[in-house]
Design a protein around this ligand. Structure first.
Ligand code: HEC
Ligand code: HEC
Length: 291
């Protein structure tokens, strides 16, 4: 009798161990299932003007907001519940320890330096960063002194691994592949070209990959609404986080203008405004994963 009970118990234990192993291996395989981007061949600049540009890009694209004001890294366990322990690593250290191709794969394509697709890094936001801007950004990041702050290691956890396999939860790499191409990259009008470039490397983190609204990453409005914003009011929103009509709580938007957009130049704010004011002329794309 005891032998039978032990056999049944052993059977269950073996089945449970197999399930755990299979979820682990299948999720690991899923994290390595992507197309490897070509090596990043642009030289990383070290001259003062490029480093200044790189610093401006790091500020306006939000690297400090998540990786810490000294790029020392940040544990997001108390804010984000989608992974067991979401940790933005010590970026000042990461850029010292990895070559430009590995950094490019992480920043533009969501591939971690360990070769696995990332999950919480919004790389889709920087897919369209130009090679020159990316090289300047990496050049600048490498000048930041490395803090010795101790951080726990990030962990995906079982429920995220399960969702990756059985619910087709997208990785950062999957999301970067969904970002639509720029429409004005070859346009003659430098203002539209620049405005679209800025919006598609800053605002698409939360306002939808095509800027036409998002219900998945933070319930943010279609930026076609900017057509109703005078330049003066738009500038006030970017610089002082104050929306048209006077102060009110604008949630996550208040956080990012305070940390990133306040640093935009006058030309950047005005080019963004001009481009975003044309969005309403186009129909809102349907059947996209983020609306
Ligand atoms: C919304 C928060 C957020 C922002 C903004 C952000 N990161 Fe990250 N980043 C993360 C997290 C979290 C990770 C850890 C990987 C993961 O969990 O997806 C990460 C990982 C990385 C890695 C890979 C580290 C490794 O060793 O694999 C690099 C490189 C990186 N970020 C660079 C940047 C740069 C450059 C910027 C600014 C352009 C930036 N990040 C902005 C959250 C962010
Ligand atoms: C980290 C996420 C995030 C980013 C990045 C972001 N936004 Fe927002 N934004 C939001 C959210 C969330 C709201 C809705 C706020 C609310 O609850 O009213 C919003 C609201 C707005 C509004 C409407 C303000 C109003 O009148 O109510 C405008 C305009 C706007 N954002 C412009 C931008 C522009 C331009 C960019 C890029 C330069 C940008 N946002 C980047 C999250 C973001």
């Amino acid at each position: 009798m005891i032998r039978i009970i032990l056999m049944i118990f052993g059977g269950f234990a073996a089945a449970a161990a197999l399930l755990v192993l299979s979820v682990y291996w299948r999720s690991e395989a899923r994290l390595r299932d992507y197309e490897t981007p070509p090596p990043f061949a642009t030289e990383i600049p070290t001259d003062a003007a490029s480093l200044e540009k790189g610093k401006h890009i790091a500020r306006t694209r939000g690297c400090f907001g998540c990786h810490g004001q000294q790029l020392e890294g940040r544990d997001f366990s108390d804010m984000w519940d989608w992974a067991k322990r979401p940790v933005a690593p010590n970026l000042a250290k990461v850029v010292q320890e990895n070559d430009a191709s590995a950094l490019e794969a992480a920043i533009r394509h969501g591939i971690g330096t360990d070769g696995r697709a990332m999950y919480s890094m919004p790389s889709y936001n920087w897919l369209h960063l130009t090679d020159d801007d990316l090289a300047a950004l990496i050049g600048y990041l490498r000048t930041v002194p490395v803090s010795d702050k101790k951080l726990p290691k990030g962990q995906l956890g079982w429920s995220l691994r399960w969702r990756l396999i059985y619910e087709d939860d997208p990785t950062a790499t999957d999301l970067a592949a969904l970002v639509p191409p720029l429409r004005y990259s070859d346009a003659d009008d430098p203002v539209l070209r620049h405005g679209e470039y800025l919006a598609m490397t800053m605002c698409n983190e939360c306002h939808g990959f095509d800027l036409r609204g998002d219900q998945v990453f933070g319930n943010s409005p279609d930026l076609a609404m900017v057509a109703g914003y005078e330049l003066e009011d738009f500038t006030k929103l970017m610089r002082e986080c104050e929306p048209a009509g006077g102060p009110r709580d604008i949630g996550l938007m208040g956080l990012v203008c305070g940390d990133r957009f306040y640093a935009l130049t006058d030309t950047e704010v005005s080019d963004l405004h001009t481009f975003l004011s044309t969005l309403y002329l186009e129909p809102v794309p349907e059947n996209v994963g983020w609306r």
